[in-house]
Design a protein around this ligand. Structure first.
Ligand code: MN
Length: 357
């Protein structure tokens, strides 16, 4: 009791950001948290992580004291609950506070577990925005650069692709991540220069709007190379696609080549210009399913006739109506997987948007 009372009286001295390492949303969210720390004159440190590494991330958290822990762009479910609860409880007992801002699907159990922790953690989950937008609104609503970072993240997370700089940033994050994984370097350390450039100067810190180029010449070159290589791989992968109509909706399944993200491939295959093989033109699919080598499924759509989240649910996953993820499992025969998925989606048509008045 007395220990707790003691802790309560002490001021917070730093901010620790835990954010998603995979994309621009996670990075921009962390950059806004860094701006918040600077504004409040608090020290700042960051850990960028992904699902599957929560145990490591939250074991680090258990060592923190007098720190505001801000978790962003990461959803929570039963799989990681124990590790997260343990790390956060420990930190809270050492005078830390917790703010968790996210836009993914959470289980009720997970929400309950976090808000029931001591010292009233703040948990805000809103599916209408990307994570960086929520961080901007909650922590830095009057800050112009934070607003700009939130807009960049929105453009990529909702796959609008209207902002050139946001596209470049998306590819830059992929280049840096893939190269770090390849060389077994720490992903957070590898992304830090980009993160701090963004938090200090906004998109102008990394992007030269006059030359329409990334400021870092080496990174710009790597991105250019990555794009060329990616386009080649995606073209080849599309040639191996399987199509089937289910209730007048075109369902397409493709295998994702290594080094290409679901979002990249989804965007590529939404563009009719890319849907040509040997002079034959194909139309964009109402429901596009990407299969990764590890057996993970991505769902994207063109138009609004299909519900990606409902389709993903049939395959142990979830997400948004316009983008979702699920799991098939390990496989070796792509043709057999396609037949199986088409069969499953013909039997359960809950993923087809009902046109009820
Ligand atoms: Mn996000």
């Amino acid at each position: 009791m007395s220990k707790k009372g003691e802790a309560r009286g002490k001021k917070l001295t730093s901010v620790f950001s835990i954010s998603h390492d995979k994309d621009v949303d996670g990075l921009c969210a962390a950059a806004i948290v860094a701006r918040y720390a600077k504004q409040k004159n608090l020290e700042f440190d960051v850990l960028l992580t992904d699902y599957g590494s929560f145990e490591y991330a939250f074991s680090k958290v258990a060592g923190l004291r007098d720190t505001l822990i801000v978790v962003t762009d990461l959803g929570l479910d039963e799989n990681y609950l124990d590790a997260v609860e343990k790390g956060l409880s420990r930190a809270i007992s050492q005078n830390c506070r917790v703010v968790w801002l996210d836009h993914h699907e959470w289980s009720k159990e997970a929400i309950k577990t976090i808000i029931q922790l001591e010292r009233k953690p703040i948990v805000k989950i809103n599916h209408d925005f990307c994570a960086a937008e929520i961080v901007y609104k909650v922590l830095m609503p009057r800050d112009l650069i934070s607003g700009e970072l939130a807009a960049i993240a929105h453009d990529t997370d909702f796959n609008e692709r209207k902002i050139l700089a946001a596209n470049a940033l998306t590819d830059a994050v992929s280049v840096i991540r893939f190269s770090a994984i390849d060389k077994r370097h720490d992903i957070t350390d590898s992304l830090k220069p980009l993160l701090f450039a963004l938090s200090e100067n906004g998109i102008a810190g990394v992007w030269d709007s006059k030359r329409k180029k990334l400021r870092d010449n080496l990174l710009a070159k790597q991105v250019h190379h990555y794009r060329k290589d990616k386009a080649k791989k995606m073209k080849k992968a599309f040639a191996g696609h399987c199509d089937q109509e289910i209730k007048e909706l075109l369902v397409r399944i493709v295998e994702i080549p290594s080094g290409v993200t679901t979002t990249d491939f989804g965007t590529y295959l939404a563009n009719p210009d890319n849907l040509e093989i040997d002079g034959k033109k194909y139309k964009p699919a109402d429901l596009l399913i990407t299969l990764s080598q590890g057996g993970m499924l991505g769902f994207r759509r063109s138009g609004e006739k299909a519900l990606c989240n409902a389709a993903a649910k049939i395959f142990k996953g979830g997400g948004h109506p316009y983008a979702a993820g699920g799991e098939y499992g390990l496989y070796d025969d792509f043709g057999a997987v396609c037949a199986d998925i088409f069969n499953t989606l013909s039997k359960d048509t809950s993923w087809i948007t009902e046109e009820s008045g």
